[in-house]
Ligand binder design. Structure first.
Ligand code: RB5
Length: 144
């Protein structure tokens, strides 16, 4: 069963808790990389937890949530091999998998509503990388 590592800071904690049963319902194993309360904390630490787990486990994906999704995406994309996509709609979610082979989805809990977040997650998890010319472009990113 494919593992989805989820992580958030305090701003994303509520949405993280909401999405966990939803992701399980879609047929994935969910591993929570923190945080574990709404107490103020630092988003890069949880980006690091999720990214290291994704890089250490083939065929796994990650979901990171902070207030805007921006800090999480900045932090996640510092890890070689992580392609983190900040998505605010289903089109970005589908294309980030199809064209960019994104392995981490970033969401802003203060930007999008809960129903939209769930819809984005479903589309993202169910979309597949198209390869071909997109693989060549991903290879260039990975060569940096
Ligand atoms: C926390 O207040 C907020 O800065 C954080 O969740 C995130 O939006 C950072 O990018």
């Amino acid at each position: 069963m494919k593992i989805v590592y989820v992580g958030s800071d305090h701003a994303g904690y509520g949405l993280k808790e909401l999405i966990k049963p939803y992701v399980i319902g879609l047929g994935y194993k969910v591993e929570d990389s923190g945080c574990f309360s709404e107490e103020s904390c630092d988003y890069p630490n949880f980006a690091q937890n999720v990214c290291r787990n994704v890089l250490n486990n083939d065929d796994s994906l990650g979901i990171l949530i902070c207030g805007t999704g921006i800090g999480m995406s900045m932090a996640a994309n510092r890890f070689k091999g992580i392609r983190a996509a900040l998505c605010a709609n289903e089109y970005q979610a589908r294309m980030s998998r199809a064209h960019n082979d994104a392995n981490v989805l970033c969401l802003g809990s203060r930007v999008i509503g809960q129903d939209l977040a769930l819809s984005i997650i479903q589309v993202w998890l169910e979309s597949e990388f198209e390869g071909g010319r997109h693989q060549r472009r991903v290879n260039i990113i990975e060569s940096f």
